[in-house]
Ligand binder design. Structure first.
Ligand code: PMP
Length: 354
């Protein structure tokens, strides 16, 4: 670090993203990307004239895509906000609602960026332990008078809360925003969207990175009351009004026009998830029941670190978190059927010492 850095950032522990190796070809089951390409409509949506148009700024209001998302999710235009990936929205939410000693609550085992944002903005973070089975005890979040951030499904466990449980949290914290991060909702969980009309403190965060196979395009969106959307726009227009680029706006719209393609792929991934879960259970793994495009599992007689290294030697990348309570687990993104067959074969070899 330079001698110029403000001391308030000196102790910041940055988020560590999953590896994006450039050295060799891996079966990549480590960052919850889609194994399938975007739809043919998305691929055809960007042409030479769009590249030539890059001399122009993008529409800072993202009008066309905002309207498409409003129609797709049956909400108003004013209920949609678009950003450069959903991390950008989470960043803005922490900045807007949890800065400088304001309270925010989230689980001890959840998406690692919540803690990083809490540190970045000097929030008063209340980190609430999950139960022994990694479930959330909803009562811990009721009436706590604090911003709440919940990933539903949770990461890296894949476990979900029913909408009724989230409603209890919303109802009992009427003066605080409840952020529901639905990054993985399209793989089989229940969305909180039906609660939007009843609760002006609900902020739903979604991403194109998983179910819509556009992680590299960096596109996230929020669905919330007009007032919350206005807050996010206020921050966006005070930092970087063009934070969604022209090409991404185009592919984002084409993805909504071909939404059936993506939702079918989500079902296919969910089917592969169930098959892989059964195979791992048959091999003696402890597998947490997941509704996401990944599973969280513990091998019968091997540390998470060992399994990670042995799989990597065989050209398969998974995610291991060297963190209290979960260091024996590995998180495996659900790949294509063929990739998961290769994964199971590799696991069997490793278990017999090959
Ligand atoms: N929320 C959760 C729970 C995630 O796992 C991720 C992916 N790392 C994100 C948000 C961020 O996704 P993106 O910025 O690609 O939209």
């Amino acid at each position: 670090m330079s001698r110029f850095l403000d001391e308030k950032y000196a102790s910041l522990e940055a988020y560590v993203p999953g590896e994006q190796p450039q050295d060799r070809k891996y079966i990549k089951l480590n960052t919850n990307e889609s194994p399938y390409p975007p739809s043919p409509e998305v691929i055809a949506s960007v042409n030479d004239s769009d590249i030539a148009d890059l001399r122009l700024y993008s529409d800072p209001e993202c009008r066309i895509l905002r309207q498409k998302l409003a129609d797709r999710y049956d909400v108003g235009y004013d209920n949609i906000y678009l950003s450069n990936g959903s991390d950008d929205i989470l960043n803005f939410a922490f900045m807007a609602y949890c800065s400088d000693g304001k309270k925010v609550a989230f689980a001890d085992i959840t998406y690692g960026f919540y803690k990083v944002f809490a540190d970045l903005y000097h929030s008063d973070a209340n980190i609430i332990p999950l139960e022994d089975d990694f479930s959330i005890n909803v009562d811990n979040y009721c009436g706590i008078n604090s911003t709440v951030v919940i990933a539903n499904p949770n990461a890296p466990t894949g476990l979900t809360l029913p909408v009724s449980a989230i409603e209890k949290i919303l109802k009992s914290n009427p003066n605080n925003v409840v952020v529901v991060d639905e990054a993985y909702v399209d793989f089989g969980a229940e969305s909180c969207l039906p609660l939007l009309n009843k609760y002006d403190n609900l902020l739903i965060v979604r991403t194109y990175s998983k179910s819509r196979a556009l992680a590299g395009a960096r596109l996230g969106f929020a669905i919330a009351s007009k007032e919350i959307i206005d807050d996010l726009n206020r921050i966006k227009f005070s930092t970087n009004p063009y934070n969604v680029n022209r090409l991404t706006l185009k592919v984002g719209a084409a993805a909504i026009d071909s939404d059936d393609y993506f939702m079918n792929n989500c079902q296919r991934i969910a089917k592969t998830r169930e098959k892989t879960t059964n195979e791992l259970v048959a091999l003696g793994f402890d597998v947490i029941p997941s509704k996401a495009n990944f599973i969280f599992a513990k091998a019968p007689e091997m540390s998470g670190q060992d399994l990670y290294s042995k799989l990597k030697e065989k050209g398969i990348l998974i995610r291991h978190f060297n963190k209290d309570r979960i260091s024996d687990y590995i998180r495996i993104t659900i790949g294509s059927e063929t990739e998961m067959e290769a994964f199971i074969t590799a696991i069997k070899e490793i278990m017999v010492g090959n």
